[in-house]
Design a protein around this ligand. Structure first.
Ligand SMILES: [Zn+2]
Length: 357
């Protein structure tokens, strides 16, 4: 299969050796939405199958549709894109294609969100979606060597009662491909506190916990995720700097932030990469990680995010390695798995240095 986005890996501001390193280096992805990462060819196939969008005949036509005026517009296009998923079995194709695509960037390990509840109103069965996502990810693991664990996104817009139903449906798959729970969706409309009981129950059952916070809503949403939901990680956390006490708390407790710089620029949360707070947080000693969020929606990639940090925020090779090891530390893997991954990454870096001396 040809490279999906031939130009996005190039950033003229990054020197060619660092750029090569970033493309080649082993990577971990902790904040990725499966349905926001569907390779353009795969989504185009779904669109043509449905046959309701005659104006979209190519990947270029599709990418032209994927631009956003603001966060609400992004959610609108997101919902439009989901209407082309028609069958539970599509999720097997999606999971396989998404992970195969990521393996081409040398992504070794992924913790990926998916939101089966979004498709219930289309008559799809939640347990069947979960089953097929797991089958697709297992296929990609066997074919490419990538590893993936799944996080079910309850989507805060659906409310905590529906979330509890989703938790019931997801529980049989815990440790069989599913590892955690999250809430994405319209953060500005749905604060975290009503989800306290749902998160408590998920934790009791053994699910790992993350929540989107401080992306669209402010620091009170992040405090809510920390205090009411007792999350282990925070999705985004861009707005933490509005409250110095919160920054201090994140630093003291080393609560990982799953930051997604390109996503934040594309949805209008941040004006530019240069103005993104990730550099400030990193220098301050916060536990920051780099992630792509919805790369297919932004015509971007995890590699592109790292290149942007090197180009616009002067992250050096050593700092980029540090960000990568932060992702290993912040993952929901066991300590033994983290240690094994860390040593495999170190070995790969050393081999790269030998080849590029
Ligand atoms: Zn997200």
């Amino acid at each position: 299969m040809k490279e999906q986005h031939p130009t996005k890996e190039q950033n003229p501001q990054v020197d060619s050796r660092l750029s090569r390193f970033i493309c080649d280096m082993p990577k971990v992805e902790l904040h990725l939405h499966m349905e926001g990462s569907i390779p353009a060819e795969t989504l185009l196939g779904f669109i043509q199958r449905k046959g309701t969008e005659p104006s979209i005949r190519s990947v270029e036509d599709l990418n032209a549709r994927l631009t956003y005026t603001d966060f609400s517009h992004f959610i609108e296009v997101w919902t439009w894109k989901n209407t082309f998923i028609q069958d539970e079995k599509d999720f097997k194709v999606i999971a396989r294609d998404v992970l195969t695509d990521l393996s081409r960037q040398n992504v070794k390990y992924v913790e990926s969100f998916f939101a089966p509840g979004d498709y219930r109103r289309m008559g799809l069965s939640i347990p069947r979606i979960i089953k097929y996502v797991i089958q697709g990810k297992e296929k990609a693991e066997a074919e490419t060597g990538i590893r993936c664990n799944l996080i079910i996104d309850f989507v805060r817009d659906h409310g905590p009662e529906i979330g509890m139903q989703r938790l019931e449906e997801a529980t049989p798959y815990l440790d069989k491909g599913l590892i955690g729970v999250g809430i994405g969706g319209s953060e500005q409309l749905f604060p975290p506190e009503p989800y306290e009981e749902l998160y408590r129950e998920a934790r009791k059952r053994g699910f790992r916990l993350t929540a989107h916070a401080g992306e669209v809503a402010g620091t009170e949403s992040m405090w809510g995720a920390i205090k009411a939901l007792d999350v282990e990680r925070i999705g985004h956390g861009v707005r933490a700097k509005e409250d110095p006490e919160l920054v201090e708390y994140l630093k003291q407790h080393q609560i990982p932030l799953e930051m997604c710089p390109i996503s934040n620029v594309k949805t209008g949360v941040c004006e530019s990469i240069k103005k993104h707070p990730i550099r400030e947080y990193f220098d301050e000693g916060l536990m920051v990680t780099v992630n792509a969020d919805d790369p297919a929606m932004f015509n971007s990639s995890l590699t592109g995010d790292y290149l942007a940090l090197a180009g616009d925020l002067d992250f050096t090779q050593e700092e980029i390695k540090r960000l990568t090891t932060n992702s290993i530390d912040a993952s929901f893997l066991s300590n033994a798995e983290k240690a094994a991954m860390y040593s495999a990454f170190r070995k790969e870096w050393a081999q790269w240095e030998t080849r590029h001396r």
